[in-house]
Design a protein around this ligand. Structure first.
Ligand code: TGC
Ligand code: FAD
Length: 387
């Protein structure tokens, strides 16, 4: 963030390594991503394979994991990379989140040595792309109801069912698929070349257009026994992965918000209305001040939660506090910035409407804001109000 936006000196809380990682991510976002995003967003298509390899070469894929070619950096460094990448576009951060925090994390945390050795080094390098299939057409917020099932076939398994809204689905080399079995919910590592697996892309999205989103269809997909993730049993397996990706979003959403605010401040300084720059009006300054306060609070919250995570002390309801607050505030900032640019605010020549549209997806995926309110409500009252 520009020095003047860092009102409370968040930078003083960062190590030199964290500042370096942030700088590398910002350079990549500014030089490689930002110039092409309006075109990718409009076309609804991204050069995902090239980008994955470039992100891999910079160490951004699975960067908070250790071994198997992963960078082994701390959570705050990872979060700051998400923030800078999402300042370019939420879809780019999704590519990084799903690869590192969902697909790779599931294999890293719950996989066999054979699964880790086969997939993690290639995924860290961006040579293999992963996706994570939990949501189904009829079960999004309530994955416990999933219908996708795995039944035994001799020593192996046969998977049937479908998953919906799966980031990276059509471009993935490997899918981590969660399915109901006679032993409860289990995870499977599915090479996408397996007969019976297909992943049609979902079109006509008005949000997250610079990201591939797909359905996964599993039609008698036969897998060996070794495809099951041995260490994940029950819903705590996939939900454990969600904590990781949600953590990245807590930082990431603030990147989108910062980009909107920086754009609005620059625009307002140049735009003359009633013979003066828009920045000279008290109403504009009130908007800018309120947004900068929320941005600084959100980044402080993210760094604080990152420090808890470093100590292994971050609880799921604390992740919910961060995801709920920072995505909600990021959307509010994007919409307020749009008003400052007025008609230009809806143009693709500026990034604000693209961020605002993207943030609608971010508000929904990785647990809707209502789900996070209910997680926090349960922590406050001891009562579950999900059912
Ligand atoms: P519940 O009975 O509470 O729990 C079942 C088991 O899971 C454990 N658990 C957790 N474990 C780790 N982390 C968490 N956050 C956990 N929350 C619960 C729990 O202890 C229990 O364990 P055990 O051992 O006793 O069995 O489960 P529930 O069915 O009541 O559901 C709770 C609820 C609603 C919070 C959960 O289902 C939920 O989070 N729903 C939202 C689903 C969601 O977020 N889906 C996201 C899909 S992935 C995605 O969106 C990727 S987009 C990425 C991108 O493009 O960037
Ligand atoms: P629903 O669960 O049908 O919810 C509808 C509404 O009901 C929401 O407002 C919700 O908050 C509310 N609601 C639900 N339960 C309650 C309750 N108990 N009390 C009160 N209100 C409630 N999923 C994956 O598995 N992998 C991915 O890679 C992935 N990528 C995605 C990418 C994009 C662009 C999008 C948009 C989604 C992605 N998702 C992915 C799916 C995402 O996680 C789900 O959309 C999300 O969990 C919500 O599920 P749903 O859309 O079925 O909404």
């Amino acid at each position: 963030m520009s020095a003047s936006l860092d009102l409370v000196d968040v930078d003083s809380l960062l190590s030199s390594e964290e500042v370096d990682v942030r700088g590398a991510a910002r350079r990549f976002a500014d030089e490689r991503l930002r110039p092409s995003l309006p075109e990718w967003f409009e076309a609804g298509a991204i050069p995902a394979r090239e980008l994955a390899k470039e992100l891999g070469a910079l160490g951004f894929l699975g960067m908070h994991l250790t071994g198997y070619g992963c960078a082994g950096l701390g959570p705050v460094a990872y979060g700051l990379a998400c923030l800078e990448i999402e300042a370019a576009d939420s879809g780019m951060r999704s590519l990084v989140s799903v690869q590192g925090s969902l697909a790779m994390y599931a294999i890293w945390k719950y996989g066999s040595e054979e699964q880790k050795a086969e997939w993690l080094p290639r995924m860290a390098a961006g040579e293999a792309i992963g996706c994570f299939g939990l949501t189904e057409p009829d079960f999004g917020s309530n994955p416990a109801g999933m219908r996708t099932n795995g039944r035994r076939d001799g020593d192996g398994w046969i998977l049937n069912g479908s998953k919906m809204w799966i980031t990276n689905g059509s471009i993935a080399d490997v899918a981590v698929v969660w399915a109901r079995t006679d032993d409860g919910v289990r995870g499977f590592v599915v090479p996408t070349s397996t007969p019976g697996f297909s992943a049609p892309e979902i079109k006509q999205k008005m949000s997250l257009r610079a990201s591939v989103t797909s359905e996964l269809v599993l039609d008698d997909v036969r897998l060996p026994a070794s495809a099951m993730l041995p260490e994940a049993r029950g819903l705590s397996g996939p939900l454990g992965c969600l904590n990781e990706a949600r953590f990245g979003i807590i930082f990431g959403a603030m990147g989108a918000a910062r980009d909107c605010l920086e754009t609005a401040i620059a625009y307002a300084g140049e735009r003359i209305v009633f013979d003066k720059p828009l920045t000279a009006y008290q109403l504009t300054q009130a908007k800018l001040a309120d947004m900068a306060v929320e941005l600084n609070k959100g980044i402080l919250l993210a760094v604080h939660l990152g420090r808890l995570k470093e100590k292994g002390a971050l609880r799921p309801e604390q992740v919910s506090v961060g995801k709920l607050n920072n995505v909600r505030e990021a959307i509010a900032i994007a919409r307020e910035c749009r008003t400052i640019l007025a008609a230009n605010g809806i143009s693709g020549e500026y990034p604000i409407m693209r961020h605002a549209n993207n943030l609608e997806s971010v508000l929904t995926y990785e647990g809707t804001s209502e789900v996070h309110q209910l997680v926090i409500g349960q922590a406050l009252t001891g009562q579950s109000a999900f059912r």
